[in-house]
Design a binder for this molecule. Structure first.
Ligand SMILES: [Zn+2]
Length: 973
């Protein structure tokens, strides 16, 4: 049967989408009006989603709480956490659910046909028949509830989403992003917080929550998407017969309304919390925001992306430079958000002061006026267009399935117009239009119409306040106390009983019978072969070129890797600085703006990085590398090499102004990483207490590097020549032929020409004699508590099992899955209230566990310690063990794009990891039994007995737990 022959659906549109190698179908389910989009093609990584238009009615976060709750059991799959069961035991390549300001989406992806069908089944059942009507406990657990242990105990608030949003609201960037959206669209759904404002979440009633589900989670309000190489007609039949046909058509008013344009700019001021010692100077965020037309305008949709990049993001971008020159803010950020009905263009000055508001607006507007009058740099515009077109054609989405990204992008038009699902997926004609318009005043016209002459705007300011977090906590405590005092004896008794009941409900596992309803593959369904490595070593003179022969669709991925093992030791942290500076200062032939333009016109860009590769053959030894990556079409490889050479050898590092600007931006962005992903920084730091290669990574990109950058920023004021000289010396010691190894990912046919380029590069590299130093970084246990203004913690424990003489085994990968979705999940997340928990065991013998956005500290640390006991007595059924094995393989087999495959092969080559080793590990995973897991208890004991602890988080909490650490200090100064 073909899609066209299906009786239950009406085919509205069918079209070939050449750019995506796909046939697109748009259909409507006849009985309910459910909207269906198909992208049929040869991609084996299949994607499905069902989404609903869910305008938030208020700030209670009802769409978000519902998103969590429907995944807590349904009619056919009544287990408490089907989502976790699927994460443990499916071959999914993506599994999640997302709440947006106007929609909620449930996507799954898999390369395995049976697995794909299982995932679709569980998700369809979850959204249409969730157990939320029978079990109020689900709403209470995921949303919010009161907790009262005893009559004279304190009354508190808890809930998964409640805690998650408390975390989200503690980052100033998070607050800013929300306020910008709310400020521009006060009369629409965008004025409300779909994720939930922690202050408003407790206003949500159970009945309102249920009403929201019955109103919006209906086929008539649904959007169904299928992508990839699968039998689409069969899937559509199944969806109709099992779910859609059970419903009638229901008119659902979920329209996203359009905001009437403002007559004048709105102003909003909000506060965020900073720690006592941080101070409030240079800590304000200023933002300038404009509502830009309608997301259904296809040219505007791409045109403004290009404009934002050229004005503010590309090195040398004129508007960013004007703000930096005026010393307004230390970091200028910008965004163009076209995932809402009326897109938003924003300019943000970070680390500014409130009294600079007028100057901020003035600089933006006069610069824009000047640019309109003088005209934008046409070459820069063409470079900007090329930048986006390269990415569009390359379609490299990292580890995300391509189909997911296309499916989500389809929503940018589909959600607002039923019949426009393919609008933004086909982009080549728009790129052609923009290129042709680059010198015809089109972009200047956009600036005039949507920025200069557009009163639909807002200025949002987020200013620091000392101790705001503590103040809010106190206020909440007072309110809860008052509420408790207002209750009668009977109500108090009810609350105590409910608290007890919910705890019991949460700790009672799902029955075996229910667990077995979740469909599961068999061990035989899993491929036995590990993904091969592609490494072929060539020599160009004495330089090794490691070629990874892969289909790359005409793109060559080059990585020039320079050994940093013999540079002077004092220059090690400068590697991290150099990475930020290169490409951001002038060179012999170009200003840094011209350099970026030239680069974007001809290539996919240059990216610098610092990495360490620990040897598996010689434990403890590692290669420290400074890497320069570039991607370009084969015919542009000569240009790519000449640009890399220009950057490496002629960059003008004696530029105090640029060094100052780049350093401030680097430090400021790193600070954001600490606030939003402090878990990986804390883990790296904890591993650096005993591993020298991690010490190197910390010095060039972690806590030690952050401290170095703070020092650099101060020194640039007094002693800038020394910094510049150190950078120059570093380039002389680093960019030499004897340090160079090249990784090249591309088809064989491009190799010969590429080698010619290498041949030309080699004699140009530094040759003058330089002193060579051999050094070691001394890993030293420090056990630090690093204080920030955050409301939550990132807790990391680490250790080395190699130090205890224990070898790596594939069973550790299975242990990781078990810990992630059972032990740590239940104790750190479900019971502890942390948003996430991770653990990892590396081939070079390091182990670590960490928590993410964690309200606890010592409790989590104790959970980590008790993992030994859990592992020692680990016992599950065969079926459960199979589940963990499938989940583990799913991790190992994440589909990779060609660039990532090449990098994986290169990493293996550098570390001495051969195919036999990964194949042996895979066999160990596939044959893993309970006793193999129990045999890992000594690994955890070894790791934990070394007691390496690093925590980044709330200042008050860290002070209270001082005795756990050797030092407790501020992370930022
Ligand atoms: Zn959530």
């Amino acid at each position: 049967m073909t899609v066209e022959q299906l009786k239950a659906y009406e085919l509205i549109e069918k079209r070939e989408i050449g750019e995506l190698n796909s046939t697109g179908y748009y259909l409507k389910h006849r009985k309910t009006g459910a909207k269906v989009c198909l992208l049929s093609n040869e991609d084996n990584n299949k994607v499905f989603y069902i989404g609903f238009r869910t305008p938030a009615p208020d700030d209670t976060g009802v769409p978000h709480i519902l998103e969590h709750s429907v995944l807590c059991g349904s009619r056919e799959f009544p287990v408490k956490d089907p989502f976790v069961e699927l994460a443990k035991g499916s071959l999914n390549t993506f599994l999640n659910a997302m709440t947006y300001p106007d929609k909620t989406v449930y996507p799954v992806a898999s390369c395995n046909d049976r697995d794909f069908q299982n995932l679709i089944h569980v998700y369809m059942d979850a959204v249409f028949y969730p157990n939320i009507y029978e079990k109020e406990e689900i709403f209470r657990q995921e949303g919010w509830h009161y907790e009262l242990e005893s009559e004279d105990g304190p009354l508190t608030l808890n809930g998964v989403v409640y805690n998650e949003m408390k975390g989200a609201f503690s980052s100033p960037e998070g607050v800013l992003e929300r306020e910008i959206l709310n400020s521009l669209y006060p009369d629409t759904t965008y004025a409300n917080e779909s994720g939930g404002d922690p202050e408003a979440i407790p206003d949500l009633k159970y009945s309102e929550f249920l009403d929201f589900h019955s109103r919006y989670y209906h086929p008539s309000n649904s959007y169904i998407f299928l992508y990839g190489d699968c039998d689409m007609a069969e899937k559509l039949c199944w969806l109709d017969e099992n779910y859609l046909s059970k419903y009638d058509c229901l008119p659902v008013d979920s329209q996203v309304r359009t905001q009437k344009p403002f007559e004048k700019t709105r102003e909003v001021v909000r506060e965020y919390s900073v720690s006592e010692e941080e101070g409030t100077e240079d800590k304000t965020y200023l933002s300038y925001n404009k509502s830009v037309g309608d997301t259904m305008d296809k040219k505007l949709y791409l045109g403004f992306q290009v404009l934002e990049y050229v004005l503010l993001s590309m090195p040398g971008a004129p508007l960013k430079q004007a703000l930096l020159d005026a010393e307004i803010g230390k970091d200028i950020m910008s965004s163009y958000d076209n995932g809402v009905k009326q897109p938003i263009f924003s300019i943000i000055a970070k680390e500014a002061n409130e009294d600079q508001k007028e100057a901020f607006v003035e600089v933006i507007e006069t610069t824009l006026q000047r640019l309109v009058k003088e005209g934008l740099d046409v070459k820069a515009l063409r470079a900007g267009i090329n930048y986006f077109e390269f990415r569009y054609r390359e379609a490299d989405f990292g580890t995300y399935p391509a189909g997911l990204m296309y499916g989500l992008q389809a929503f940018d038009s589909w959600l607002y117009d039923d019949n426009s699902v393919f609008l933004h997926l086909e982009a080549l004609d728009t790129f052609a239009f923009l290129k042709e318009q680059a010198d015809k005043g089109y972009f200047e016209g956009l600036i005039r119409t949507y920025l200069l002459e557009n009163p639909h705007a807002s200025i949002v300011i987020i200013r620091p306040k000392k101790g705001l977090t503590a103040e809010q906590e106190e206020l909440l405590g007072k309110r809860l106390k008052e509420y408790k005092e207002s209750l009668g004896k009977e109500q108090i008794a009810e609350l105590i009983a409910f608290t007890k009941h919910l705890k019991e409900y949460q700790s009672e596992p799902s029955s075996q019978e229910d667990l077995e309803k979740i469909p599961l593959l068999e061990r035989e369904d899993i491929g036995k072969e590990a993904l091969p490595f592609q490494n072929e070593v060539h020599l160009v003179e004495d330089v090794k070129v490691v070629h990874h022969d892969l289909f790359t669709n005409g793109i060559g991925y080059i990585n020039l890797m320079f050994q940093a093992g013999e540079i002077p030791k004092r220059l090690v942290p400068y590697l991290g600085l150099l990475k930020a500076v290169l490409g951001n200062v002038d060179t012999e032939h170009y200003t840094y703006g011209e350099f970026a333009t030239e680069l974007n016109l001809h290539t996919g860009g240059i990216f610098c990085g610092v990495n360490s590769y620990e040897s598996l053959k010689e434990p403890g030894s590692y290669q420290a590398m400074f890497e320069v990556r570039c991607k370009a079409l084969y015919e542009e490889l000569p240009k790519a090499f000449s640009m890399m050479e220009e950057m490496l050898l002629t960059s003008k590092l004696r530029d105090r102004k640029r060094l100052t600007e780049v350093s401030a931006e680097t430090r400021s962005r790193l600070q954001m990483v600490f606030m939003t992903s402090g878990h990986s920084m804390a883990a790296l730091r904890a591993v650096s207490y005993f591993s020298e290669s991690s010490c190197f990574s910390d010095e060039t990109g972690g806590v030690a590097f952050y401290e170095f950058m703070e020092k650099v920023e101060t020194e640039l004021k007094e002693n800038w020549e020394e910094i510049a000289e150190n950078l120059e010396e570093l380039t002389r010691c680093l960019f030499r032929r004897e340090n160079l190894t090249i990784s090249y990912t591309a088809e064989e046919k491009s190799l010969k020409a590429m080698k010619e380029q290498v041949k030309a590069l080699i004699p140009a590299l530094h040759q003058e004699p330089v002193p060579k130093e051999s050094w070691t970084l001394h890993a030293l246990q420090k056990n630090e508590g690093l204080k920030t203004s955050s409301q939550i913690q990132y807790v990391a424990r680490a250790g080395s099992f190699r130090a205890a003489g224990l070898p790596y085994t594939g069973a550790l990968a299975v242990l990781r899955t078990i810990m992630s979705y059972d032990y740590l999940w239940n104790n750190v997340r479900v019971k502890g209230g942390a948003y996430g928990c991770m653990n990892n065991y590396t081939r070079n013998g390091s182990a670590y566990m960490m928590s993410y956005r964690d309200p606890n500290l010592e409790k989590t640390n104790r959970v980590f310690e008790e993992s030994v006991g859990y592992t020692e007595s680990f016992e599950v059924s065969d079926r459960d063990m199979t589940k963990y094995i499938i989940g583990t393989i799913s991790n190992l087999d994440t589909p990779l794009n060609p660039n990532a495959k090449g990098a994986r092969s290169m990493g293996a080559w550098l570390m001495g990891l051969d195919y036999e080793m990964v194949q042996r590990e895979r066999a160990q995973v596939l044959s893993c039994e309970c006793e193999d897991i129990r045999a890992l208890a000594p690994y955890l004991r070894a790791m934990l007995s070394q007691n390496n602890l690093c925590v980044i988080g709330n200042e008050k909490r860290l002070e209270e737990q001082k005795e756990l650490f050797e030092t407790v200090r501020n992370l930022f100064h």
